[in-house]
Write a protein that binds this ligand. Structure first.
Ligand code: SF4
Length: 349
Protein backbone atom coordinates (compact mmCIF):
# COMPACT_ATOMS: atom_id res chain seq x y z
CA UNK A 1 0.00 0.00 0.00
CA UNK A 2 1.46 3.45 -0.93
CA UNK A 3 2.80 5.60 1.92
CA UNK A 4 0.53 8.36 3.20
CA UNK A 5 1.26 11.81 1.81
CA UNK A 6 3.66 14.16 3.68
CA UNK A 7 0.84 16.45 4.82
CA UNK A 8 -1.03 13.50 6.36
CA UNK A 9 1.86 11.65 8.03
CA UNK A 10 2.39 14.16 10.91
CA UNK A 11 -1.33 14.14 11.72
CA UNK A 12 -1.23 10.35 11.95
CA UNK A 13 1.81 10.47 14.22
CA UNK A 14 0.24 12.99 16.57
CA UNK A 15 -3.02 11.09 16.84
CA UNK A 16 -1.32 7.71 17.36
CA UNK A 17 0.89 9.20 20.11
CA UNK A 18 -2.25 10.58 21.77
CA UNK A 19 -3.91 7.17 21.46
CA UNK A 20 -0.93 5.47 23.10
CA UNK A 21 -1.48 7.70 26.13
CA UNK A 22 -5.28 8.03 26.18
CA UNK A 23 -6.83 4.91 24.64
CA UNK A 24 -10.10 3.93 26.28
CA UNK A 25 -9.92 0.62 28.12
CA UNK A 26 -12.81 -1.37 26.70
CA UNK A 27 -13.78 -4.96 27.50
CA UNK A 28 -13.24 -6.11 23.92
CA UNK A 29 -10.14 -4.14 23.15
CA UNK A 30 -6.43 -4.93 23.07
CA UNK A 31 -4.26 -2.08 24.43
CA UNK A 32 -2.37 0.21 22.03
CA UNK A 33 0.36 -1.65 20.18
CA UNK A 34 -1.48 -4.97 20.49
CA UNK A 35 -3.99 -4.62 17.64
CA UNK A 36 -4.29 -7.88 15.79
CA UNK A 37 -4.15 -9.85 19.00
CA UNK A 38 -7.87 -9.64 19.72
CA UNK A 39 -10.07 -12.57 18.78
CA UNK A 40 -12.00 -11.57 15.64
CA UNK A 41 -15.09 -12.99 17.36
CA UNK A 42 -14.78 -10.39 20.12
CA UNK A 43 -14.18 -7.53 17.67
CA UNK A 44 -17.11 -8.56 15.49
CA UNK A 45 -19.46 -9.08 18.45
CA UNK A 46 -18.58 -5.71 20.00
CA UNK A 47 -18.97 -3.86 16.70
CA UNK A 48 -22.41 -5.37 16.08
CA UNK A 49 -23.50 -4.41 19.61
CA UNK A 50 -22.05 -0.91 19.30
CA UNK A 51 -24.02 -0.19 16.15
CA UNK A 52 -27.02 0.55 18.28
CA UNK A 53 -25.81 1.54 21.70
CA UNK A 54 -23.04 3.15 23.71
CA UNK A 55 -19.91 1.43 25.01
CA UNK A 56 -21.24 1.70 28.59
CA UNK A 57 -24.55 0.01 27.73
CA UNK A 58 -22.93 -2.63 25.52
CA UNK A 59 -20.25 -3.73 28.01
CA UNK A 60 -22.39 -5.97 30.30
CA UNK A 61 -23.98 -7.59 27.23
CA UNK A 62 -20.58 -8.23 25.74
CA UNK A 63 -19.29 -9.77 28.98
CA UNK A 64 -22.39 -11.94 29.30
CA UNK A 65 -22.21 -13.15 25.68
CA UNK A 66 -18.52 -13.98 25.83
CA UNK A 67 -18.91 -15.75 29.19
CA UNK A 68 -21.78 -17.91 27.90
CA UNK A 69 -20.46 -18.39 24.38
CA UNK A 70 -16.67 -17.93 24.47
CA UNK A 71 -16.16 -18.71 20.78
CA UNK A 72 -18.06 -18.10 17.59
CA UNK A 73 -18.69 -21.86 17.35
CA UNK A 74 -20.28 -21.82 20.81
CA UNK A 75 -22.55 -19.01 19.72
CA UNK A 76 -23.37 -20.83 16.49
CA UNK A 77 -24.51 -23.87 18.51
CA UNK A 78 -26.72 -21.85 20.87
CA UNK A 79 -30.51 -22.05 20.81
CA UNK A 80 -32.13 -19.12 18.99
CA UNK A 81 -34.37 -18.36 21.98
CA UNK A 82 -31.42 -18.22 24.38
CA UNK A 83 -29.54 -15.75 22.19
CA UNK A 84 -32.64 -13.63 21.68
CA UNK A 85 -33.21 -13.53 25.44
CA UNK A 86 -29.59 -12.53 26.08
CA UNK A 87 -29.93 -9.80 23.45
CA UNK A 88 -33.10 -8.37 25.08
CA UNK A 89 -32.45 -4.75 25.98
CA UNK A 90 -30.14 -4.14 23.02
CA UNK A 91 -33.11 -3.69 20.67
CA UNK A 92 -33.28 -4.39 16.93
CA UNK A 93 -33.87 -8.11 17.08
CA UNK A 94 -33.14 -8.41 13.37
CA UNK A 95 -29.55 -7.71 14.33
CA UNK A 96 -29.54 -10.59 16.83
CA UNK A 97 -30.91 -12.88 14.15
CA UNK A 98 -28.18 -11.73 11.77
CA UNK A 99 -25.63 -12.26 14.53
CA UNK A 100 -26.67 -15.89 14.81
CA UNK A 101 -26.79 -16.35 11.05
CA UNK A 102 -23.27 -14.94 10.77
CA UNK A 103 -21.92 -17.13 13.62
CA UNK A 104 -23.43 -20.19 11.95
CA UNK A 105 -21.97 -19.25 8.57
CA UNK A 106 -18.50 -18.89 10.14
CA UNK A 107 -18.90 -22.24 11.92
CA UNK A 108 -20.32 -24.04 8.88
CA UNK A 109 -18.41 -22.49 5.97
CA UNK A 110 -15.12 -21.41 7.60
CA UNK A 111 -14.52 -24.10 10.22
CA UNK A 112 -15.26 -21.68 13.08
CA UNK A 113 -12.52 -19.26 12.01
CA UNK A 114 -13.37 -15.76 10.78
CA UNK A 115 -12.04 -15.11 7.27
CA UNK A 116 -9.25 -12.54 7.16
CA UNK A 117 -10.07 -10.48 4.09
CA UNK A 118 -12.50 -7.61 3.97
CA UNK A 119 -14.23 -9.10 0.92
CA UNK A 120 -14.78 -12.48 2.61
CA UNK A 121 -16.02 -10.78 5.77
CA UNK A 122 -18.44 -8.71 3.68
CA UNK A 123 -19.91 -11.88 2.25
CA UNK A 124 -21.02 -13.04 5.73
CA UNK A 125 -24.69 -12.52 6.63
CA UNK A 126 -25.40 -9.19 8.29
CA UNK A 127 -21.83 -7.91 7.91
CA UNK A 128 -21.80 -4.48 6.24
CA UNK A 129 -18.96 -2.32 4.98
CA UNK A 130 -18.28 -0.75 8.35
CA UNK A 131 -18.13 -4.01 10.32
CA UNK A 132 -16.01 -5.73 7.69
CA UNK A 133 -13.50 -2.85 7.73
CA UNK A 134 -13.46 -2.69 11.55
CA UNK A 135 -12.77 -6.43 11.91
CA UNK A 136 -10.10 -6.30 9.19
CA UNK A 137 -8.28 -3.40 10.87
CA UNK A 138 -8.75 -4.21 14.55
CA UNK A 139 -8.74 -8.01 14.60
CA UNK A 140 -6.23 -8.62 11.81
CA UNK A 141 -4.29 -5.34 11.96
CA UNK A 142 -4.64 -4.95 8.23
CA UNK A 143 -5.25 -1.63 6.44
CA UNK A 144 -8.95 -0.88 6.06
CA UNK A 145 -10.92 2.34 5.86
CA UNK A 146 -13.16 2.21 8.93
CA UNK A 147 -15.69 5.04 8.60
CA UNK A 148 -18.60 5.54 10.94
CA UNK A 149 -20.39 8.72 12.05
CA UNK A 150 -17.55 9.61 14.44
CA UNK A 151 -14.94 9.37 11.73
CA UNK A 152 -17.10 11.35 9.30
CA UNK A 153 -17.38 14.11 11.87
CA UNK A 154 -13.62 14.24 12.51
CA UNK A 155 -12.87 14.35 8.77
CA UNK A 156 -15.50 17.01 8.06
CA UNK A 157 -13.99 19.23 10.78
CA UNK A 158 -10.37 18.51 10.01
CA UNK A 159 -10.89 19.57 6.40
CA UNK A 160 -13.73 22.06 7.04
CA UNK A 161 -15.72 20.32 4.35
CA UNK A 162 -18.57 22.52 3.18
CA UNK A 163 -20.38 19.82 1.22
CA UNK A 164 -23.47 18.95 3.26
CA UNK A 165 -24.36 15.46 4.43
CA UNK A 166 -25.53 13.09 3.10
CA UNK A 167 -23.98 14.08 -0.25
CA UNK A 168 -20.59 14.50 1.49
CA UNK A 169 -20.32 10.81 2.45
CA UNK A 170 -18.20 9.59 -0.50
CA UNK A 171 -15.89 12.60 -0.09
CA UNK A 172 -15.52 11.97 3.65
CA UNK A 173 -14.69 8.35 2.92
CA UNK A 174 -12.04 9.43 0.43
CA UNK A 175 -10.54 11.84 2.97
CA UNK A 176 -10.45 9.11 5.64
CA UNK A 177 -8.80 6.75 3.14
CA UNK A 178 -5.85 9.15 2.83
CA UNK A 179 -4.88 8.23 6.41
CA UNK A 180 -5.04 4.45 5.96
CA UNK A 181 -1.61 2.87 6.14
CA UNK A 182 -0.06 -0.49 6.83
CA UNK A 183 1.63 1.07 9.84
CA UNK A 184 -0.52 0.24 12.92
CA UNK A 185 -3.82 0.04 10.97
CA UNK A 186 -5.77 -1.38 13.92
CA UNK A 187 -4.57 1.29 16.31
CA UNK A 188 -5.23 3.99 13.73
CA UNK A 189 -8.88 2.90 13.38
CA UNK A 190 -9.33 2.85 17.15
CA UNK A 191 -7.50 6.15 17.65
CA UNK A 192 -9.91 7.89 15.27
CA UNK A 193 -12.89 6.24 16.98
CA UNK A 194 -11.64 7.39 20.39
CA UNK A 195 -10.97 10.92 19.21
CA UNK A 196 -14.51 11.16 17.80
CA UNK A 197 -16.09 9.65 20.90
CA UNK A 198 -14.22 11.54 23.61
CA UNK A 199 -12.72 14.76 22.19
CA UNK A 200 -14.21 15.64 18.81
CA UNK A 201 -17.69 15.20 20.25
CA UNK A 202 -20.78 16.12 18.24
CA UNK A 203 -21.51 19.09 20.51
CA UNK A 204 -18.87 21.12 22.30
CA UNK A 205 -15.74 19.44 20.93
CA UNK A 206 -12.80 19.66 23.34
CA UNK A 207 -10.45 21.28 20.84
CA UNK A 208 -8.17 22.44 23.67
CA UNK A 209 -7.36 18.78 24.40
CA UNK A 210 -7.16 17.68 20.78
CA UNK A 211 -3.81 16.37 19.55
CA UNK A 212 -4.50 17.51 15.98
CA UNK A 213 -6.02 20.94 16.61
CA UNK A 214 -3.06 22.62 14.86
CA UNK A 215 -4.00 20.67 11.71
CA UNK A 216 -7.73 21.25 11.94
CA UNK A 217 -9.28 23.64 9.44
CA UNK A 218 -12.62 23.59 11.27
CA UNK A 219 -10.90 24.70 14.48
CA UNK A 220 -8.92 27.36 12.59
CA UNK A 221 -12.18 28.66 11.13
CA UNK A 222 -13.43 29.21 14.68
CA UNK A 223 -16.59 27.13 14.43
CA UNK A 224 -15.81 23.40 14.38
CA UNK A 225 -19.34 22.43 15.48
CA UNK A 226 -20.58 23.77 12.15
CA UNK A 227 -19.14 20.62 10.54
CA UNK A 228 -20.33 18.28 9.21
CA UNK A 229 -22.66 20.63 7.37
CA UNK A 230 -26.11 19.15 7.07
CA UNK A 231 -28.44 19.68 4.13
CA UNK A 232 -31.41 21.84 5.01
CA UNK A 233 -34.57 19.83 5.12
CA UNK A 234 -36.62 20.45 2.01
CA UNK A 235 -39.65 22.61 2.70
CA UNK A 236 -42.79 20.59 3.05
CA UNK A 237 -45.36 20.99 0.29
CA UNK A 238 -48.17 23.40 1.12
CA UNK A 239 -51.87 22.85 0.77
CA UNK A 240 -54.73 25.29 1.04
CA UNK A 241 -58.33 24.86 2.09
CA UNK A 242 -61.26 26.61 3.70
CA UNK A 243 -62.91 25.78 7.03
CA UNK A 244 -66.42 27.02 7.69
CA UNK A 245 -67.48 28.20 11.15
CA UNK A 246 -71.28 28.14 11.24
CA UNK A 247 -73.01 29.49 14.35
CA UNK A 248 -76.72 28.83 14.90
CA UNK A 249 -79.10 31.15 16.74
CA UNK A 250 -78.39 29.32 20.03
CA UNK A 251 -74.66 30.06 19.76
CA UNK A 252 -73.81 26.47 18.85
CA UNK A 253 -71.25 25.60 16.22
CA UNK A 254 -71.64 23.14 13.34
CA UNK A 255 -69.39 20.07 13.31
CA UNK A 256 -69.21 17.03 11.11
CA UNK A 257 -67.62 13.62 11.44
CA UNK A 258 -64.80 13.11 8.96
CA UNK A 259 -64.72 10.04 6.72
CA UNK A 260 -63.00 7.05 8.34
CA UNK A 261 -60.31 6.91 5.68
CA UNK A 262 -57.86 9.74 5.12
CA UNK A 263 -56.29 12.45 7.23
CA UNK A 264 -57.88 12.89 10.70
CA UNK A 265 -60.14 9.99 9.67
CA UNK A 266 -63.18 9.39 11.89
CA UNK A 267 -62.56 12.52 13.97
CA UNK A 268 -64.85 15.48 14.44
CA UNK A 269 -64.06 18.49 12.28
CA UNK A 270 -65.44 21.76 11.05
CA UNK A 271 -67.11 21.64 7.65
CA UNK A 272 -64.24 22.14 5.22
CA UNK A 273 -63.35 22.23 1.54
CA UNK A 274 -60.78 19.81 0.17
CA UNK A 275 -57.13 20.63 0.94
CA UNK A 276 -55.34 21.07 -2.36
CA UNK A 277 -51.96 22.33 -3.50
CA UNK A 278 -53.52 25.17 -5.49
CA UNK A 279 -55.23 28.25 -4.11
CA UNK A 280 -58.65 28.45 -5.70
CA UNK A 281 -61.99 29.98 -4.80
CA UNK A 282 -64.20 27.49 -2.92
CA UNK A 283 -67.95 27.49 -2.93
CA UNK A 284 -69.29 27.56 0.66
CA UNK A 285 -71.71 24.83 1.77
CA UNK A 286 -74.67 27.19 1.27
CA UNK A 287 -75.08 30.79 0.09
CA UNK A 288 -75.20 33.59 2.66
CA UNK A 289 -73.35 36.43 4.33
CA UNK A 290 -69.99 34.69 4.85
CA UNK A 291 -67.34 36.71 6.68
CA UNK A 292 -63.65 36.34 6.02
CA UNK A 293 -61.90 35.45 9.31
CA UNK A 294 -58.36 35.18 7.93
CA UNK A 295 -56.39 31.94 8.00
CA UNK A 296 -54.58 29.59 10.35
CA UNK A 297 -51.42 27.62 9.65
CA UNK A 298 -50.86 24.02 10.63
CA UNK A 299 -48.07 21.55 9.95
CA UNK A 300 -48.85 17.90 9.32
CA UNK A 301 -46.19 15.22 8.89
CA UNK A 302 -46.15 15.46 5.11
CA UNK A 303 -47.39 18.96 4.34
CA UNK A 304 -48.12 22.39 5.71
CA UNK A 305 -51.71 23.63 5.57
CA UNK A 306 -53.03 27.16 5.19
CA UNK A 307 -56.62 26.89 6.28
CA UNK A 308 -58.69 29.97 5.42
CA UNK A 309 -61.64 30.50 7.71
CA UNK A 310 -65.11 31.79 6.76
CA UNK A 311 -67.79 32.45 9.36
CA UNK A 312 -71.54 32.87 9.20
CA UNK A 313 -74.49 33.05 11.56
CA UNK A 314 -77.25 30.83 10.24
CA UNK A 315 -80.17 28.69 11.32
CA UNK A 316 -79.55 25.14 12.59
CA UNK A 317 -80.31 22.07 10.55
CA UNK A 318 -79.85 18.33 10.31
CA UNK A 319 -76.87 18.56 8.01
CA UNK A 320 -74.51 19.01 10.98
CA UNK A 321 -73.90 18.06 14.59
CA UNK A 322 -74.28 21.13 16.81
CA UNK A 323 -72.04 21.73 19.78
CA UNK A 324 -71.34 24.32 22.41
CA UNK A 325 -68.07 26.07 21.26
CA UNK A 326 -66.13 25.12 24.43
CA UNK A 327 -67.06 21.45 24.07
CA UNK A 328 -66.27 21.63 20.36
CA UNK A 329 -62.86 23.15 21.05
CA UNK A 330 -62.03 20.29 23.42
CA UNK A 331 -63.18 17.61 20.97
CA UNK A 332 -61.62 18.96 17.78
CA UNK A 333 -58.14 18.15 16.45
CA UNK A 334 -55.78 21.12 16.90
CA UNK A 335 -56.06 22.41 13.35
CA UNK A 336 -59.84 22.77 13.64
CA UNK A 337 -59.68 24.15 17.19
CA UNK A 338 -57.38 26.91 15.87
CA UNK A 339 -59.75 27.59 12.98
CA UNK A 340 -62.73 27.67 15.34
CA UNK A 341 -61.07 30.30 17.54
CA UNK A 342 -60.37 32.44 14.53
CA UNK A 343 -63.87 31.99 13.14
CA UNK A 344 -65.47 33.01 16.43
CA UNK A 345 -63.57 36.32 16.74
CA UNK A 346 -66.06 38.79 18.30
CA UNK A 347 -65.62 41.44 15.60
CA UNK A 348 -67.00 39.05 12.97
CA UNK A 349 -70.52 38.96 14.34
FE1 SF4 B 1 -12.31 18.00 16.37
FE2 SF4 B 1 -11.60 20.28 17.56
FE3 SF4 B 1 -9.82 18.36 17.16
FE4 SF4 B 1 -10.74 19.73 15.10
S1 SF4 B 1 -9.54 20.55 16.81
S2 SF4 B 1 -10.48 17.52 15.19
S3 SF4 B 1 -12.85 20.07 15.74
S4 SF4 B 1 -11.63 18.27 18.49
Amino acid sequence: MPPVSPDIAPIRSRLLAWYDAHARALAWRAPPGAAGRTEPYRVWLSEVMLQQTTTVHATPYFLNFTARWPTVSDLAAAEDAEVMAAWAGLGYYARARNLLACARAVARDHGGVFPETEAALLALPGVGAYTAAAVTAIAFDRPANVVDGNVERVMARLFALETPLPAARPELKRLAARFVSDHRPGDWAQALMDLGATVCRPRSPLCGQCPISADCAGFAAGAPERFPVRAKKADKPRRHGVAYVILDDKGRVALERRPDKGLLGGMLGLPTSDWATVVEPRTPPFPGDWRDAGAVEHVFTHFGLTLHVRSIRAGGGDAYQWSDPDAARAALPTVFAKALDRGLAPDLF
